[in-house]
Ligand binder design. Structure first.
Ligand code: SAH
Ligand code: SF4
Ligand code: F3S
Length: 481
C-alpha cells in the first residue's frame, strides 16, 4: 500500500519499472531530487496549488494530485503564491472553459515576472482536441498538459517536463486501466470521496462527459472495500461513493455485482458511520437499492436524482430513457420506503426545442417532488454532442426568463421543505468552524442540510445532537443538546 512504501529505498539509478504503480513511485522519487535542488538554491521548499473547476470526481482527482505533490515535497499554497499552479478543468458547460482561459490570462504576467514558475493543466477540458489546438498555438507558457485517462502518470509527466525544459502535452483518447494505490491527500480528516467507477456510457444528448471521461469502468469491490477500511483506520467515518451513474456499478466487472450489493458490503465496515453516493441515474435506480436504503443504518437520508427536464418529449430528445411519469413514480416508491428522505436534483433549461409547455412540465415536477434543493443550469451547447447539432436552439432571452422563473420556484419550495425539520433534534457531523462566525461550527445532517451552532474546533469530526432552532432558508441555526 502506498502509505507503507519506503520511498528512500527506491533505486533511482536503475531504469524505471514498467508496471504500475511502482513506475510512478520511481518518478515521485526522481521528482523529489528536483525539489531538493530547488530547496538548496532558494532556501525553501517549492509551493504548489491545485485548483478544481469541476464536479466531485474532479475534486477527488485533485486530491490525488495533491497527494503526489506532497510526496514529491511541494508545500501547499494559495494560487497567488504558488511556484506550480495546476488547473484541474471541467468542460461540462462553456462557462467552465471560459473561466480557465481567464485564470490562465492572470497567470501569464506572473510567470513572466517569475520565470521559474510552472503551470499545469489537466482534467476534462484537455480531452477536447480543439482546446489542445488552442493551447498549443496561443498558450505556449503552459508547462504541462495532460488529460483524464493518464492522470495517474502525473509524477512521470512532471519529471518529463523537468527533463525537457519545455511544454509537455500528453493526452490519451481512452483507457481500460484503473491504477490503484497512488498517494492521496484528502481535504477533511473525517470524510472522503471514494471512486467506485469511472466514465459514463449513457450519452445523454447534451452531455460531453462520456467523450471526455471515456467508457464506464467499475473498480473491483475488493479495491473499494480495502480503500474504505484503510480510510476508516485513518479517522474517516463518512464516505461519498462517486461515479457518473453509480446505479450501474458492477455491470462490467468480471464477476458482476450490483450497486445495492456493494452498499451492503460497505455497510458492514464497522467504524464507518455514514454512506453517501452520487450520482444516481433515475433509469437505473432499482427496487433492490430502495430496499437496501430502507433497511440501512448508515446510508444517508439524501438522494441526488437529476431529472434534467419534466417533459417526456424533451427527456426523449435528451436520451434520458425515462418519462415524466416514470420519474414521479420512482420518487413515490422512494418516499414510501424512506419517508424522511431528502431529494435534490439537476435541471437544464433551454434544451433545443423546449417550448413553454415543456418548461411548464418541468415546473410541475418541481412542484410535485418538492426538492430540498436543485441545481439549475442554462443549456450549454457542447461541440460534438448530438444536441449541439439539433435545430431550434432557444433564444437567450427566452431561456433567461425561464431560468429566473424556475429558480424562484425552486428556492421558494426549498425554503419551505427545509423548515419542516425546525424544532427537531438531529445528529450532525461537525465539519468546520462556521464561515460566518468564529464562535460557531457547521455541521451536516444525514439529509445533507447544514446547521450552524455555537462550538469550537475540538468538535470537528465528531457526531453531536443538535436542536434545529431556526430555519434560514437553506440552513439552520441550532444549539447543542
Ligand atoms: N452524471 C450525472 C451528471 C454529471 S454533469 C448525471 O447524469 O446526473 C452534472 C450536471 O450538469 C448534469 O446533471 C446536467 O444537469 C448538467 N449538464 C450536463 N451537460 C450540460 C449542458 N450541456 N448544458 C447545461 N447543463 C449540463
Ligand atoms: Fe452526462 Fe448523462 Fe452520463 Fe450524466 S449520465 S454524465 S448527464 S451522459
Ligand atoms: Fe466537469 Fe468532467 Fe465533472 S466535465 S462535471 S469535471 S466529469
Amino acid at each position: 500500500m502506498y502509505n507503507e512504501i519506503d520511498f528512500d529505498k527506491i533505486d533511482i539509478d536503475s531504469k524505471p519499472p514498467l508496471e504500475e504503480p511502482a513506475r510512478q513511485y520511481y518518478f515521485i522519487e526522481r521528482c523529489r531530487e528536483r525539489v531538493k535542488d530547488f530547496e538548496q538554491k532558494n532556501g525553501r521548499l517549492p509551493k504548489a496549488c491545485v485548483t478544481t473547476f469541476g464536479c466531485q470526481m474532479n475534486a477527488r482527482d485533485s486530491e490525488k494530485l495533491r497527494g503526489i505533490l506532497k510526496q514529491i515535497g511541494y508545500e501547499e499554497a494559495s494560487e497567488g503564491e504558488a511556484d506550480f499552479v495546476i488547473y484541474n478543468t471541467c468542460t461540462v458547460r462553456e462557462n467552465a472553459n471560459t473561466r480557465v482561459y481567464g485564470r490562465l490570462g492572470q497567470q501569464k504576467p506572473r510567470k513572466k515576472k517569475h520565470p521559474h514558475m510552472m503551470i499545469g493543466l489537466c482534467g476534462c477540458m484537455m480531452q477536447e482536441p480543439e482546446v489542445i489546438e488552442k493551447l498549443r498555438k496561443s498558450y505556449r507558457f503552459v508547462d504541462l498538459i495532460f488529460g483524464t485517462h493518464n492522470i495517474y502518470k502525473f509524477a512521470e509527466l512532471l519529471f518529463d517536463r523537468f527533463e525537457a525544459g519545455e511544454q509537455i502535452i500528453d493526452i490519451w483518447e481512452g483507457t481500460d486501466k484503473i491504477v490503484e494505490q497512488l498517494p492521496n491527500k484528502r481535504k477533511y480528516a473525517f470524510k472522503s470521496g471514494v471512486n467506485i467507477m469511472f466514465g459514463c456510457n449513457n450519452f445523454c444528448s447534451y452531455c460531453i462527459v462520456p467523450y471526455v471521461r471515456g467508457r464506464e469502468r467499475s473498480r473491483k469491490p475488493e479495491a473499494v472495500l480495502e480503500e474504505i477500511k484503510r480510510l476508516t483506520k485513518d479517522g474517516v467515518t463518512e464516505v461519498m461513493l462517486l461515479g457518473q451513474n453509480v446505479n450501474s456499478y458492477g455491470k462490467t466487472l468480471d464477476t458482476p455485482m450490483t450497486f445495492a450489493e456493494l452498499l451492503q458490503k460497505i455497510e458492514k465496515i464497522e467504524e464507518l458511520k455514514r454512506i453517501r453516493f452520487m450520482t444516481s441515474h433515475p433509469k437505473d435506480l432499482s427496487d433492490e437499492l430502495i430496499e437496501v436504503m430502507k433497511s440501512s443504518k448508515k446510508i444517508c437520508r439524501h438522494l441526488h436524482l437529476p431529472v434534467q427536464s419534466g417533459s417526456t418529449r424533451i427527456l426523449e430528445k435528451m436520451n434520458r430513457r425515462y418519462t415524466k411519469e416514470e420519474y414521479l413514480a420512482l420518487v413515490e416508491r422512494l418516499r414510501s420506503a424512506v419517508p424522511d428522505i431528502s431529494l435534490t436534483t439537476d435541471i437544464i433549461v433551454g434544451f433545443p426545442g423546449e417550448t413553454e409547455e415543456d418548461f411548464k412540465e418541468t415546473l410541475d415536477v418541481v412542484r410535485k417532488v418538492r426538492y430540498d434543493s436543485a441545481f439549475t443550469f442554462i443549456y450549454s451547447r457542447r461541440t460534438g454532442t448530438p444536441a449541439a447539432a439539433m435545430e431550434e436552439q432557444i433564444p437567450e432571452e427566452v431561456v433567461k426568463d425561464r431560468f429566473d422563473r424556475l429558480l424562484k420556484e425552486v428556492q421558494t419550495i426549498a425554503g419551505e421543505v427545509c423548515a419542516v425539520h425546525e424544532g427537531t433534534v438531529q445528529e450532525v457531523l461537525v465539519e468546520e468552524i462556521s464561515g460566518q462566525d468564529d464562535a460557531c461550527v457547521t455541521g451536516r445532517l444525514s439529509n445533507n442540510l447544514l446547521v450552524h451552532f455555537p462550538g469550537n474546533a475540538s468538535m470537528i469530526g465528531s457526531y453531536v445532537k443538535v436542536n434545529l432552532k431556526e430555519c434560514k432558508g437553506f440552513y439552520y441555526i441550532g444549539e447543542l443538546v
